[in-house]
Design a protein around this ligand. Structure first.
Ligand SMILES: Cc1cc2nc3c(=O)[nH]c(=O)nc-3n(C[C@H](O)[C@H](O)[C@H](O)COP(=O)(O)OP(=O)(O)OC[C@H]3O[C@@H](n4cnc5c(N)ncnc54)[C@H](O)[C@@H]3O)c2cc1C
Length: 517
């Protein structure tokens, strides 16, 4: 099957949908999406979308909070774009009919989340992403020039004379095809599945990063993986996210003896940024040898159940009452700050290829993302990329980045790993607390696996499990390489052998460009 279009959009989360909506004004759009549209990270987002629209708020204050969470590494120009343009795109959603919760006055109700200095998070109960995906999905399906191909997984980009000219794909039924397009947007979302424990759905395997890296595009900041501190930790139950908004509304972390412990580690207590809370929990578990819990029991039970119906249901399915019981929690991989390097308009280092949303890296989140900034990022940078895609293909001019030009691992003869092998290794050696020895071993092992999978793909290129494995191993290898290289602790990246932030040597972004094999 061979298809032609002006624009190719890969992924149907918030970034891809917002971009496709605008692109359809200028040309035919093909949107490839590998799963049921509800299986995007967007569909899972609970807490909400941040925007400086409250009377006590301003873009400058939002920028200050974003930069503080980013721990000295946010790209200031990208933050400026996010906080200044964010309110406009969020108001657009409201005009289009987004069912955000409202105050009695009719104004959007604003939630408080960790490391935000004011209430600024718009929400639709605790299923905000589902509401935004519904709304954008309906806007896009009203555009006759967009052809959405469900269950079509992009496999690789096609590159002609150094310019991206589309992608190859395979459908769930095994049909292979290709799309030729003047401009291509990667909007494939995150990579939580690279780790054993994650809040991300099954499709978040980092495909866009692997695909772009294989085509020779630059990737950046991959060492910065955000581990969400509060994920339901009940044997046999899904690792369901317990949104930060629970602590924003007064929820507390307690130890096995029922003591609130966060203030002992962090002055901001339960509302410290995610990396600080996750590491404090890790240390408390080490100190006590027992699990830690989230409790809402001191709050009005009716309020808790009404404000958090989805989370209440998930807890009930695990035999727990969110409003009354202490809920066992532990951290899990949640969000990737790094990704395919882009400029402020989504241009990557490969002409004709754009990226937006979680797969992209503008540097806006620095070393740690502020809660509820990622839906906003998808919206703002998805819209900006669509505007830039209407121009001529050219590469981003990216300055001030320390790029390592490395070779792909050679094709090997050892046996291919299972996905669990990759995910267990990443969790053990490249997780919340990292150190040189385990990182070094992980890089070697993952490189061997990338080589082994590449060799196996030569013979069984159509096998979907092999493709998934190739992407998981590649992204794991790139994350581990970056984590080994950064010899300091900053934001979400914590090295027990280099526990301090080191601005003198490491106040910079590190990037990889892997030379095609
Ligand atoms: C449980 C959870 C809760 C969250 N809560 C919040 C929150 O409250 N606020 C907030 O701001 N952020 C939140 N986030 C993060 C946020 O949801 C994501 O960062 C954001 O939705 C990413 O949007 P996206 O458009 O970049 O990607 P996604 O929404 O992940 O969409 C990616 C799309 O790409 C498709 N795709 C992937 N690979 C391929 C391929 N090879 N071929 C074709 N299609 C492909 C997928 O099927 C999907 O349609 C949460 C994330 C999770 C997991």
């Amino acid at each position: 099957m061979h298809l032609d279009a002006e624009f190719l959009v890969i992924g149907s989360g918030i970034a891809g949908l917002r971009a496709a909506f605008s692109l359809a004004e200028r040309g035919d759009v093909i949107m490839l999406t590998k799963a049921d549209p509800r299986e995007s990270n967007t569909g899972y987002a609970q807490g909400g979308i941040a925007a400086a629209i409250g009377p006590d708020d301003s873009p400058a204050l939002h920028a200050r909070d974003t930069m503080a969470a980013g721990d000295g590494l946010c790209a200031a120009e990208a933050v400026d774009v996010l906080v200044r343009e964010g309110p406009r795109y969020v108001r657009e959603l409201i005009e289009w009919g987004a069912a955000f919760d409202r105050e009695a006055s009719g104004q959007p109700a604003l939630g408080r989340e960790a490391a935000h200095s004011v209430r600024r998070v718009l929400h639709a109960k605790d299923a905000t992403g589902r509401e935004i995906a519904r709304l954008l999905g309906s806007r896009v399906s009203g555009r006759p020039r967009v052809r959405v191909m469900d269950d079509a997984m992009a496999v690789d980009l096609t590159v002609d004379s150094g310019t991206c000219s589309g992608a190859t794909f395979v459908t769930a039924a095994g049909v292979q095809g290709a799309v030729t397009a003047r401009q291509t947007l990667l909007a494939t979302g995150g990579a939580g599945q690279v780790f054993r424990d994650t809040t991300n759905p099954a499709g978040a395997t980092g495909d866009g990063i692997a695909i772009a890296a294989r085509a020779g595009a630059r990737v950046m900041d991959l060492e910065f993986v955000q581990f969400h501190p509060t994920v339901l930790n009940v044997e046999g139950a899904p690792r369901f996210l317990l949104s930060e908004a629970l602590r924003g509304e007064g929820g507390r972390l307690i130890n096995d003896a029922g003591e609130a412990f966060m203030e002992r580690y962090e002055p901001a207590g339960d509302l410290a940024s995610r990396d600080l809370v996750a590491r404090a929990m890790f240390r408390e578990v080490q100190r006590t040898g027992a699990p830690v819990y989230l409790t809402m029991a001191h709050l009005d039970a009716g309020f808790v159940r009404t404000r958090f119906p989805t989370i209440s249901r998930a807890c009930a399915n695990a035999g727990l009452d969110l409003a009354r019981d202490r809920i066992p929690v532990s951290p899990a991989a949640h969000y990737l700050m790094g990704g395919v390097t882009t400029d402020l308009d989504g241009r990557t280092s490969l002409p004709g290829l754009f990226a937006a949303g979680e797969v992209a890296c503008t540097g806006v989140h620095g070393a740690n993302r502020l809660a509820s900034n990622s839906l906003l990022e998808g919206l703002v940078f998805g819209a900006r990329a669509s505007a830039a895609m209407q121009g001529a293909p050219k590469a981003a001019r990216l300055a001030g980045i320390d790029v390592d030009d490395a070779a792909w691992p050679a094709r090997g003869t050892e046996s291919t790993p299972s996905a669990s092998d990759v995910r267990d290794l990443m969790w053990r050696a490249v997780g919340l607390v990292r150190a040189r020895g385990p990182l070094h071993e992980a890089v070697e092992r993952l490189a061997a696996w990338v080589g082994a999978v590449a060799a196996a793909r030569q013979t069984g290129a159509c096998d979907p499990e092999l493709r998934r494995l190739a992407n998981l191993a590649t992204v794991g290898w790139l994350i581990a390489r970056a984590a080994l290289r950064r010899e300091e602790s900053r934001g979400a990246h914590f090295r027990s052998d280099f526990p301090s932030r080191d601005d003198l040597h490491w106040k910079k972004h590190i990037a990889d460009r892997i030379r095609p094999a």
